[in-house]
Design a protein around this ligand. Structure first.
Ligand SMILES: Cc1cc2nc3c(=O)[nH]c(=O)nc-3n(C[C@H](O)[C@H](O)[C@H](O)COP(=O)(O)OP(=O)(O)OC[C@H]3O[C@@H](n4cnc5c(N)ncnc54)[C@H](O)[C@@H]3O)c2cc1C
Length: 292
């Protein structure tokens, strides 16, 4: 009888087994088990065994490199939340995910490889220009997260590859914003979310990034909208002018978001909330917030 489950000793063996069997990678199992048609077991695929990787030490590490943080794919959400080198913004995002029990099993790699537009760590990675590290027995690749995720639930990972981790620039922005809207504060999947980052030099906006979760087939980030806003603000703008610029960029974002109706929310609600979250963040960045 063929093996239905594999437990490699180390990454080297995992890569060999992945090449030979195309095994279904099981990290924390918190997405895979829910997806299973027969609750209580991973959906048996006729030809492919399940391969456990969550225990592999090489994949659980968090390391710093000059200018970068490298997060191992199998680092659990709980371990990241407690790690001294993990940025506060990512910790806050993780704190909005699932529950402590689920976070003890769930991994960052599983969240990204599941490729849900509602996956909560993905807007962060996208806004930070994070990359996905992939390995096979004879190659290593580094792929921007937006290229790695090809659609809802799909990635460009090859059948012989394993994601080994994520490389994230270490950079502290002047403004760092995250908001997730869900049915309740814990154990609830995202209806709409946003990560906003902005940097100023001498009160001039020099970098702006917005990534929206759950309002399109993939997490949405528009370099065009970001650049248009920076360009419009390049002169000295009065308050009225800034209000106009803000309204114009929000209309532009509204045109590129494509939320859907599903069991968690309606397209209309998602789109409206996402734009309001963006407005809230941008008002603060542009100095347009209400000051009592
Ligand atoms: C009650 C509950 C609440 C939840 N709440 C949230 C939430 O608030 N926000 C949120 O974003 N998610 C949530 N989730 C979903 C899930 O917990 C996360 O997406 C989690 O991070 C998945 O990680 P995992 O290790 O369990 O993935 P797994 O289930 O092990 O894997 C998920 C997918 O990724 C693939 N994969 C895993 N590791 C690799 C790798 N190294 N290389 C290539 N492919 C890989 C697997 O083959 C599978 O297709 C929730 C789930 C549950 C059950």
């Amino acid at each position: 009888m063929k093996d239905t489950a594999l437990r490699p000793r180390d990454l080297e063996e995992a890569l060999i087994l992945r090449r030979e069997t195309g095994g279904i990678l099981y990290a924390g199992g918190t997405d895979l088990m829910v997806r299973s048609a027969r609750w209580g077991t991973v959906n048996a695929d006729a030809d492919r065994p399940v391969m456990f990787i969550g225990h592999l030490e090489e994949l659980r590490q968090v390391a710093t490199e000059p200018g970068f943080l490298v997060i191992g794919t199998c680092a659990t959400l709980s371990s990241l939340r407690g790690h001294p080198d993990v940025p506060v913004l990512l910790k806050r995002i993780i704190g909005s995910m699932a529950s402590p029990a689920v976070r003890n099993m769930a991994t960052m790699g599983g969240n990204v490889c599941n490729a849900s537009p509602a996956g909560d760590t993905i807007p962060y990675l996208l806004a930070m220009n994070g990359t996905v590290l992939c390995a096979s027995t004879d190659d290593q690749k580094e792929i921007p997260v937006n290229e790695f995720i090809s659609g809802p639930g799909t990635t460009i990972l090859a059948p012989d590859e394993i994601v080994t981790g994520f490389r994230i620039p270490r950079y502290q922005f002047d403004y760092e914003f995250h908001k997730k809207v869900a049915a309740r504060r814990a154990n609830a999947l995202t209806k709409a979310s946003i990560v906003g980052l902005a940097q100023k030099i001498d009160d001039r906006l020099v970098d702006l990034r917005l990534a929206f979760g759950a309002v399109g087939p993939k997490v949405v980030r528009s370099l065009d909208c970001e650049q248009a806003l920076l360009d419009s603000l390049s002169g000295t703008n009065g308050r009225y002018e800034r209000e106009e610029i803000l309204a114009a960029v929000l209309r532009r974002y509204a045109r590129i978001l494509s939320p859907i109706d599903d069991q968690r929310s309606t397209a209309d609600y998602r789109g409206t909330v996402a734009i309001r979250l963006a407005r809230h963040f941008l008002k603060e960045v542009l100095g347009l917030s209400y000051q009592p």
